[in-house]
Design a protein around this ligand. Structure first.
Ligand SMILES: C[S@@+](CC[C@H](N)C(=O)[O-])C[C@H]1O[C@@H](n2cnc3c(N)ncnc32)[C@H](O)[C@@H]1O
Length: 216
């Protein structure tokens, strides 16, 4: 089992038993899900044949519970020759813009539940999700080494609940200790930038972080 706080947090938010992992690379997430006995079947895809082969090798023990496709985003799922549709889709370890591009594809209309872990541009991703009728059900934060990651569980709905400014910028994590650490880290990074050059967006963020830190 891979012991990664990031991967464990993603697995924690998966609550359906048939999943697709888009951009699986080595497929450590899916492997952990099998090992935690959280899933029964997985559809795996990657845009790179070479990456997908790593997944095939890593999931050798789960041959009858997996199927693999090379392809861009959600389109690969349609190559699935089984009559098995994923109940939840995991897209992790990619930038927020790449995730948005995958969700923008027509194919995404067929699937309503996702677990998303952007490497960056999480505010842009939340904005896209909210504007496109995805409700953010969970928006957790996790620290692995020096890096903080957000992991979102989302579902397509008719009308998503409004997002507060704090939710848009900082999510709604249950782990307030890690959130506070993240806010302190982000504040010192932003202040360093501000000392060199004043940019409106950065100054606004500094104010928002300082305000949010008062809540703790
Ligand atoms: C950093 S790895 C993340 C692996 C795994 N999901 C994780 O989080 O541990 C990103 C993977 O996404 C794949 N990828 C990037 N863009 C993609 C796309 N549009 N469709 C499918 N796979 C993509 C890359 O080839 C790479 O293997």
């Amino acid at each position: 089992m891979i012991n990664s706080p990031r991967i464990n947090k993603i697995c924690e938010l998966v609550d359906k038993r048939i999943i697709a992992e888009i951009g699986c690379d080595h497929a450590y997430i899916t492997k952990n899900l099998f090992q935690f006995n959280k899933i029964d079947f997985a559809i795996l895809s990657d845009i790179s044949e070479k990456c997908l082969q790593k997944a095939v090798k890593n999931l050798e023990d789960y041959k009858i519970k997996t199927t693999f496709f090379v392809g861009d985003g959600l389109q690969a799922i349609n190559l699935n020759t089984y009559d098995i549709q994923p109940e939840q889709i995991i897209i992790a370890g990619m930038g927020g813009h790449e995730i948005i591009n995958i969700l923008k594809n027509e194919q995404s209309k067929k699937y309503s539940r996702y677990v998303l872990q952007p490497q960056k541009n999480v505010v842009e991703l939340r904005t896209y999700l909210h504007q496109n009728n995805f409700e953010i059900l969970k928006d957790e934060i996790v620290q692995e080494g020096k890096i903080f990651y957000y992991v979102l569980k989302v579902e397509k709905v008719d009308k998503p609940k409004p997002l507060s400014i704090q939710e848009l910028y900082f999510g709604n994590p249950s782990d307030l200790k890690t959130l506070k650490e993240y806010l302190k880290y982000e504040l010192s990074k932003r202040k360093e930038i501000s000392a060199k050059k004043k940019v409106l967006e950065n100054e606004t963020l500094i104010r928002l972080i300082e305000q949010h830190l008062l809540d703790f």
